[in-house]
Design a protein around this ligand. Structure first.
Ligand code: HPA
Length: 274
């Protein structure tokens, strides 16, 4: 057994009795969505602090806890606050919560984030369904001895984002009258925003949005054969695409503004995943 798997199992054993709902869907909340869980049928919460050996986020605006409950009739576990690679955690730490939610029973992983738009057709406040990703600018979370109990050494990544789930998101956004862009998400380490030429590089490489999370989580989840979907809130256009300098405050403000629409889309989509 690898050290990483032993740690995961220890973590799981330490919280097993506190997992009040066997989740079907694991939802990761990005910037602006921190209070999403307040609007669902909450059964219990579990602070990351209470979990031995669990990474705890340092970013302002990110609470750190799991929320167990129901969206409609669908049992969910929600990660209110994720940890980022730029905080100094190892990739093993960053994806531990994803692996833990799979142990809890989650088969579907719904990822959300705030991201910069690098596609000129995008506008601040848009939503982009992630159809594929570029994760090569951060280390793979699968580096190191393979955790055989979780998945194979060389996992296929042809369909990281599940086509059936993508179709649910498309139809739901259509029915709710919410415009949903589609595209490729590229993860950089951060924490600095990109320079104008880095944004240009992202575009040349085929990305539509750039951010500092998510792709590594999707790699770890795909390794475990979870069904994955994701939506980016385009909180701003990439550096150099407008005259304005970027700030975390702006990112949060835009994400907050469109949060009600984002929440409606997430809720209805999850209900349709039952
Ligand atoms: N770049 C990287 N990450 C981000 C951005 C951005 O412009 N906006 C929100 N997260």
């Amino acid at each position: 057994m690898t050290a990483a798997y032993e740690r995961l199992m220890n973590c799981y054993e330490s919280i097993r009795d506190k997992v009040s709902v066997r989740p079907k869907v694991a939802l990761v909340l990005g910037s602006g969505l921190g209070d999403y869980a307040d609007g669902i049928k909450v059964v219990s919460t579990l602070d990351y602090h209470e979990i031995s050996g669990f990474p705890v986020s340092t970013v302002s605006g990110h609470k750190g806890r799991f929320v167990f409950g129901y969206v409609g009739e669908v049992p969910v576990v929600i990660m209110q606050g994720r940890v980022h690679y730029y905080e100094g955690y190892s990739m093993e730490d960053v994806v531990l919560p994803i692996r833990l939610m799979k142990q809890m029973g989650a088969e579907i992983l719904f990822l959300t984030n705030a991201a910069g738009g690098v596609n000129f057709n995008f506008h601040a406040g848009d939503f982009m369904m992630i159809t594929d990703q570029i994760s090569d600018f951060v280390p793979s979370p699968l580096i190191g001895p393979n955790i055989e109990e979780l998945g194979e050494r060389f996992p296929d990544m042809s369909h990281i984002y599940d086509e059936k789930l993508c179709q649910i998101l498309r139809e739901t956004s259509h029915d709710l009258g919410i415009n949903l862009q589609e595209g490729t998400y590229l993860q950089l380490t951060g924490p600095n925003f990109e320079s104008p030429h880095e944004v240009r590089m992202c575009r040349i490489l085929g990305a539509d949005a750039v951010g500092m999370s998510t792709a590594c989580e999707a790699v770890a989840a795909n390794h475990m054969k979870m069904q994955i979907c994701g939506i980016s809130c385009i909180s701003n256009l990439g550096c150099g695409m407008t005259d304005q300098p970027l700030s975390h405050v702006e990112v949060k403000e835009t994400a907050d503004q469109v949060a009600p629409k984002f929440k409606a889309l997430i809720t209805e989509s999850i209900i349709r995943m039952a």
